[in-house]
Design a protein around this ligand. Sequence first.
Ligand SMILES: [Mn+2]
Length: 341
Amino acid sequence: MAAMPDTPHNQSDPQYAAKCGQIAARLLAHAGPILIVAHEDPDGDALGSVLGLARPLQKLGLDARPIATAPRYLQFLTTAGELHQPMSELPANALVCVLDCGELYRMTGLPKDLGAPIINIDHHGTNSRFGEIALVSPDRPAACIMIKDVVDALEVQSGQQLWDAHLAMPVLTGIITDTGSFRYPSTTPETLHTAAELVGHGAPLGVINENLGIQPRNYFKLQALVLSTIEYALGDLVVMAHVNEAMLSESGATWEEVEALVSVIRSAEGTYIAALFKDRGEQVKLSLRSRTPVSAQNIAVACGGGGHVPAAGATMLMPLAEARAKALAEAERELQRVGLL
Ligand SMILES: [Mn+2]
């Protein structure tokens, strides 16, 4: 059962650079398997982080095992047989790296009760700072930025050259997807410097964007169905839409195709909050986006979820009508807090 997230802490880890070094040293000294996982329904940052840490460790001769399932649109990042299947039991003497994942209950691929040392590398303000080493920097727009810094530390400590195009591609992909192609205000000078270095290491920017921009044909049918549910609320400051199994059957699309739709409704003029309700019958997955000064994170936390200030979400164990009413009540509270209502 999901633990309720703590109050968000959105400031950076003051020991950031030292901890990157500590993590590198801990990984290099580990003799057993290193299992690398991320959050469920992996996005570009989750999969990019897993590949971005596994590949250099393997190059160094360590037994690093990336455990993930690549969604259709990210399969271009992986090589055949590279990703390991989920494990129901941990091998002996394992060290687990949990990446881009604020809470252990959101992790996928391993039993939740790990019984092994954990390295936690993440940028969600709602991260509960679990693990033997927790490197959490909510001021960084992607976990892949942090992976880049850990790999740099691995390079320094091992004295081996680790960066190449094969490694730089997934890491840059995670930065591109989590910054909305460098469009979100979370993008800093450091983000752009890191991206420039990765392009310098051979990451093919054009190939990545071309792959990320392709949508299966069913997506357009799905989009038409979901956009027909758009409604506005709370003085038109909130835009909402929903999607259910019937729309997926009618369009032939999958839940994977749904993720991009919250960004589509987010562009509605005059709105501060976009809410997409993914109606799974017994539960509703809520995706939230917000514009400054509104915090999607506050609304998500109040609904039992977590995330970032401008992009957050929650899994609500209730039918759609109830989830919608709860989310609207919390949206109203947040709009009042910032003085928009
Ligand atoms: Mn992320």
